[in-house]
Design a protein around this ligand. Structure first.
Ligand SMILES: [Mg+2]
Length: 204
């Protein structure tokens, strides 16, 4: 795959901007069922990645994605750092194996499964997996990007009905029901931002 510096720089910027705009909202969600720092953690990670935007953009696409994953592990902290980091590191590694421009959906599936193993969690546990799996399904069906984004948002909303099984929220048990999971929410926000950007700029 060719290095696509503009694509990488653009994706980094839309993700940074989306998290910056929604950091307070993500912290508010996390205050209800966690420790209130999800927005702050994600913003710190995105700013760290953004600060390296120029050097990341000069890397081949899979290497850039893998390195961003590593930076998220080091800078986001909490549960989200290792989970988002694993997702991106695995996507980068899988993309590197597929030098030809391959279908992205099996690449994403491998990476989501790695996140599930890393977090020892499953669909329905009220985590970002409850957004990632539906996003994968939509991509596998070759849904338009606008539908992928809508599915991500609806899936995040649906975590409100779930009882948390992992992380700090799990200590609340039944009391976690009725509240959207912050990780699922950030994941839907990022998915929407990425889908919108790719819809406008995807290289043909
Ligand atoms: Mg937290």
């Amino acid at each position: 795959m060719q290095a696509e510096p503009v694509l990488v720089a653009g994706l980094i910027e839309v993700c940074r901007a989306t998290i910056a705009e929604n950091a307070d909202h993500l912290c508010a969600l996390d205050r209800v069922i966690g420790d209130g720092d999800h927005g702050t953690n994600m913003r710190r990670g995105c700013e760290a990645v953004s600060a390296e935007g120029e050097s990341l953009s000069s890397l081949p696409f899979p290497d850039a994605v893998e390195k961003i994953g590593l930076m998220l592990v080091m800078n986001v902290g909490g549960a989200a750092g290792p989970l988002y980091g694993t997702l991106l590191m695995e996507i980068g590694r899988e993309l590197r194996k597929n030098e030809e421009k391959a279908d992205f959906s099996p690449v994403l599936k491998q990476a989501i499964d790695a996140v599930a193993r890393r977090g020892r969690s499953h669909a329905g546990d009220k985590t970002l997996l409850d957004v990632l799996y539906p996003v994968h399904e939509a991509l596998a069906k070759q849904s338009p990007l606008s539908d992928v984004a809508r599915k991500a948002e609806r899936s995040a909303d649906r975590t409100a009905a779930m009882k948390a099984m992992r992380g700090r929220a799990a200590f609340l048990g039944e009391r976690s029901i009725g509240h959207v999971d912050p990780g699922a929410s950030s994941c839907a926000l990022l998915t929407t931002a990425i889908c919108r950007y790719l819809g406008e700029h995807r290289p043909q």
